[in-house]
Design a protein. Sequence first.
Length: 267
Amino acid sequence: MTARIALAMVGRSAVSFEVLKQWIGALREIHWPGPTFLMPEIYAAGEWIGVVPARNLCTHIALGNPDWDYLLWIDADHKVNHQMFERLQEHAAAGLAVVGGLYYMRAYPFEVNGFGERCEDGVKYVSPEILVPRLNPPRSTVIPVAGVGTGTMLIRRDVLERMAELRGAGNIWHAEKIPWEQQIAFLERGEPLSGVMTEDILFCLDVAELLGEQVWLDLDPRMETGHQGEQTVDRLHYLAAHQITIPPGTDLSKLKLPKGYEVVRPK
């Protein structure tokens, strides 16, 4: 039986037409077996209310529609693989609760938005020692993680329904300020800092702690997406940032590097 997968997207006013072309191509290649929920920018007193309230409103509207089994969150600026929907059906057939796809931070070292374990200060990115050998060459596999990003996140319907019962419809998604001492610890380790634990990470932690469900990170290229800017940040950027050494005897003329990268010989 084909799972009915709904689509949720927080719309932003300035999105590249390249993203639209990707979606048109994807939707023309395969039948879309579920509704789409587009949440526009919402303003109160002239100010945007923020992504967390918008995500809760979109989820509330989606749960009022019975015609879907899984909800796919995806950022409005993400380019998608045309075979993504085939991969989503595989996850639905396996009954997975929450699955995140590969996508990468916009700046060096282009970390994957997947978090492998909890620590005293929050969560840690999945280690390159785990990811690099599984990304090159590509593998069709999932790994258990503590959290994934909503840039590409597939959620089984009952997970959202149970979370709404436990936390309330307006608090399924929430963000929390990081205590000052933990912010200082982040800075001292040279890690990026926003001052908050974002709603996607907290949602995944809640799914594990409150519902006892496992969160997964999918390494299959079919579910891999990328932020569209001057160039799409993808696995080539990540591998170039984390594969430091080049084996002796490598023909440098045959290396395939992302646009803007070059081989630098040690002095």
